[in-house]
Design a protein around this ligand. Structure first.
Ligand SMILES: CC(C)(COP(=O)(O)OP(=O)(O)OC[C@H]1O[C@@H](n2cnc3c(N)ncnc32)[C@H](O)[C@@H]1OP(=O)(O)O)[C@@H](O)C(=O)NCCC(=O)NCCS
Length: 227
């Protein structure tokens, strides 16, 4: 199978393919908003162009993030070992438009946008965020995942093709659709397990970060008290 097998056995990576670190994709919430802004502001100009379709200045990015509806949309993130948010996937739901009736009969369609910090690229994070978004759609009665990007975006085009997306190119831009099968108990369980593992991983990293900060502070105090 050439496309990403979206709902395969979670042990699938064992013994085959490239050895890549496990990627834990976690749902983000209101409290993560500032970190999302920081992640986007850290993207270089060209990456902002690829992610948003234009070179957004900082204020526009801040405005965009302040408008994200964390309760209606779905925002996913990946934290690195140092507890930095290095990737964000935004799955926005919108009512189906009249022109989209040949694509889906469902009430809603989902549009996905993703970015990975330069330091974390090539590790499978972008693909994993895409898989997770597709799984979430499938489990929430959305059968079509939509993505809009520049057709010069070779990496994203590669991910889209690998996932089996249908791609329509027009004037340097590309619209890609992925048809998703309906949910089943395995897909629901897999999403729940993925989130549980990611939450555990997040808590470990947060505690580790807290411990390092606390030790640093203690060391600084100790040094200050030395005659
Ligand atoms: C696109 C992006 C999200 C990919 O993130 P990533 O974590 O590096 O992606 P992955 O590691 O999962 O996969 C990258 C794949 O593209 C391939 N690739 C990398 N550069 C490529 C290129 N120039 N041409 C073709 N394929 C390329 C890699 O080999 C890998 O393929 P594989 O998984 O089959 O080995 C990241 O590059 C990014 O944030 N770009 C800027 C923002 C953007 O373009 N967003 C998408 C618009 S919605």
């Amino acid at each position: 199978m050439s496309s990403i097998d979206l709902f395969q056995n979670p042990l699938r990576r064992w013994g085959k393919g490239k050895r890549r670190p496990t990627v834990r994709v976690k749902e983000l919430h209101e409290r993560d908003r500032r970190r999302v802004v920081r992640h986007f502001l850290g993207l270089e100009a060209n990456d902002r162009l690829l992610r948003f379709g234009s070179m957004l200045p900082d204020e526009r990015i801040e405005h965009y993030v302040s408008g994200i509806d964390f309760s209606g949309d779905m925002v996913f993130g990946v934290y690195n070992r140092l507890f930095r948010l290095v990737a964000v996937g935004h799955l926005a739901f919108a009512p189906r438009e009249p022109g989209q009736s040949e694509v889906t009969e469902k009430e809603r369609v989902a549009e996905f946008g993703v970015s990975v910090s330069k330091s974390a690229r090539g590790l499978g994070i972008g693909s994993k965020l895409f898989e997770r978004a597709a799984m979430h759609c499938r489990n929430h009665d959305v059968d079509t995942l939509y993505m809009h990007c520049l057709s010069s975006n070779k990496t994203m085009m590669h991910i889209a093709r690998k996932a089996g997306m249908e791609i329509q190119r027009d004037y340097g831009e590309a619209d890609a659709y992925l048809k998703l099968p309906p949910a089943n108990p395995a897909s629901v369980l897999q999403e729940a397990l993925d989130e549980q593992f990611a939450t555990f991983d997040y808590a470990m990293k947060a505690n580790q970060r807290f411990a390092v900060k606390w030790l640093d502070r203690l060391r600084a105090l100790w040094r200050a008290r030395k005659p």
